[in-house]
Design a protein around this ligand. Sequence first.
Ligand SMILES: Cc1cc2nc3c(=O)[nH]c(=O)nc-3n(C[C@H](O)[C@H](O)[C@H](O)COP(=O)(O)O)c2cc1C
Length: 130
Amino acid sequence: MLSQYLYISTAPSLTRDDVAAILDSSARNNPARGITGLLLYNGRNFLQLLEGEGAELDALMKRIGQDRRHTGVSLLNKTAVSERACPQWAMKRVIIADSVSDRRKQLDADLPNDLEPTVRQMVLNFAVLN
Ligand SMILES: Cc1cc2nc3c(=O)[nH]c(=O)nc-3n(C[C@H](O)[C@H](O)[C@H](O)COP(=O)(O)O)c2cc1C
């Protein structure tokens, strides 16, 4: 069954290169596993939306949970979906604007239209945290 998992985690001091390496892994591995999604990093926390078949998502969550670059992986939402919100992204890096007032506008432009409203709201709530 096609599912979406949304989780947050903590990583207080990663560099741009660290985040780029995570995106490289995603680009390398996710297509063959039918996994798509998006990733936000605010300098302290990650929020990641993963979508794909449940067994693939569970296997990836297990690896991600053991990854020492972050801690406190905490699943916020797990839901069955009929369509992917991010079909064209092995892993989309969603940038959080520096200026708080620009964030909502930029996210509205960047987030996929097909994101389920409650998931979209959780992503927006995360992104306005400082
Ligand atoms: C926040 C975060 C998100 C990650 N997302 C993915 C992902 O979507 N796909 C993936 O294969 N690895 C992801 N990883 C990396 C995995 O934990 C693991 O390091 C990687 O899959 C190992 O594969 P590699 O040897 O090809 O890099 C993520 C790691 C972190 C910290």
